[in-house]
Design a protein around this ligand. Structure first.
Ligand SMILES: [Zn+2]
Length: 408
């Protein structure tokens, strides 16, 4: 699979002077359009899911499609939770398959922002997942995104940024230098000098939210000063909306599919334009050659039980599925029974971790310790366990590269 660590992706961009688009998707049209553009441009891409958009789609339902798109891609992909509002949202994002997390506590006072961000960073790093923080505040435009991002702009200060990164341990920083969420009215004025100073002080990949409406020249200057991730949504939503309005004009009757005709293609064309402008086109191959694929780990136990009734066994397994699946970094918990009566071992646990780091953080997690010590180990003395990566997850990265080479 061409799912990779977003840290590898953004440091490659940082060291090579380009930026990767983080395109917020709200439907399958967006997902397909974004991925088609990335394949055409042979560009790395970030599939971004904003918590503020969860009213528009079912996060849990769309994530398997997002992961499937990443898995079959020939270009490097990362899946990012955008504007995660709490520790719980961050855990949910990771457990559903995001391998990058943004924690947005930027509307809180600096000390609260730092404390909340630190908590999320500790949890996410124990899962191997990098974190983007935000300092300063990027507001929404009145009548557009103001509801989701209320209040006025607060510029990021250089001294606070240094402090914030040091104390929170964030991997990337979203900065506020004059952009807004939504459609900018008139020519946006950006504080490039401030950005340059922040970049000099931090030396880590920087992020811009509110990319819609900036000129080509402004984008080039942002990237020259350390911006390696550009969040881009409003322009895609506008283009999709315009296409749908055009479709209604030429439709006397017809329904949803007629209305959606070509929407995917116009989104895709705009995404490709951004990839070319931001310098990420044709970078897929060299990036894949330099990074490892994001490979999950499976933790398997096969065991026998002593002195348990069928009902007690079922209860213990159900409790395990409930408790263990809530631990950060756990993608799935599956319990099983042997099919044949004479099997040497009668039962299995399969716990899928998002990253090898979870092997240790899971073992030490209080919920796991309590379950294992009280309910499981006392009755399952006869057991063997293994933590493994599937051959497929290691090999598919090679396939992704072979695919790229074949096409070239
Ligand atoms: Zn944003």
């Amino acid at each position: 699979m061409a799912l990779i660590n977003i840290r590898d992706m953004l440091y490659h961009a940082y060291n090579n002077g380009y930026a990767v688009g983080a395109f917020d998707l709200v439907s399958l049209e967006f997902l397909e359009g974004i991925m088609a553009a990335a394949e055409r441009a042979r560009s790395p891409v970030i599939l971004s899911l904003a918590e503020s958009h969860f009213d528009y789609f079912d996060f849990e339902l769309i994530m398997p499609a997002v992961e499937a798109a990443a898995r079959r891609a020939h270009v490097p992909v990362a899946i990012h939770l955008d504007h995660g509002a709490s520790l719980d949202s961050a855990v949910q994002g990771i457990n559903l398959g995001c391998n990058g997390i943004m924690v947005d506590a930027s509307h809180h006072a600096l000390s609260d922002n730092m404390r909340m961000t630190r908590t999320v960073v500790n949890m996410a790093h124990a899962c191997g997942v990098p974190v983007e923080g935000e300092l300063g505040y990027v507001p929404g435009v009145e009548g557009e995104d103001a509801e989701r991002h209320p209040g006025g702009i607060a510029y990021t200060s250089v001294a606070e940024a240094r402090d914030y990164v040091e104390h929170t341990g964030v991997d990337f920083l979203a900065v506020s230098i004059g952009t807004v969420h939504g459609r900018m009215k008139g020519e946006p004025k950006l504080d490039h000098q401030r950005l340059e100073q922040i970049n000099e002080a931090l030396g880590i990949p920087l992020v811009i939210h509110g990319g819609t409406g900036l000129s080509n020249d402004q984008f080039r200057r942002l990237i020259a000063n350390g911006v390696t991730k550009i969040n881009y949504y409003t322009a895609l939503a506008d283009i999709a909306g315009a296409r749908m309005r055009d479709n209604t004009k030429s439709m006397e009757k017809g329904g949803h599919t007629g209305l959606m005709k070509g929407v995917r293609d116009v989104i895709s064309a705009e995404v490709e334009r951004c990839m070319r402008l931001w310098g990420s086109f044709d970078r897929a191959e060299e990036l894949l050659a330099q990074c490892k694929s994001w490979a999950p780990v499976e933790h398997m136990i096969i065991y026998n039980l002593a002195g348990m009734t069928r009902q007690e066994t079922e209860t213990m397994m159900a409790e395990g599925r409930r408790v263990l699946s809530a631990i950060p970094g756990v993608r799935e918990v599956v319990t099983g029974h042997a099919v044949k009566e004479d099997a040497k071992y009668r039962y299995t646990w399969l716990v899928r971790f998002c990253h090898p780091a979870v092997i240790d953080s899971y073992r030490e997690h209080p919920a796991h310790v309590a379950f294992a010590d009280k309910l499981f180990r006392p009755v399952a003395a006869e057991r063997i366990s293994i933590d493994y990566q599937t051959i497929e997850s290691v090999a598919t990265q090679e396939n992704a590269m072979t695919g790229l080479l074949k096409e070239s």
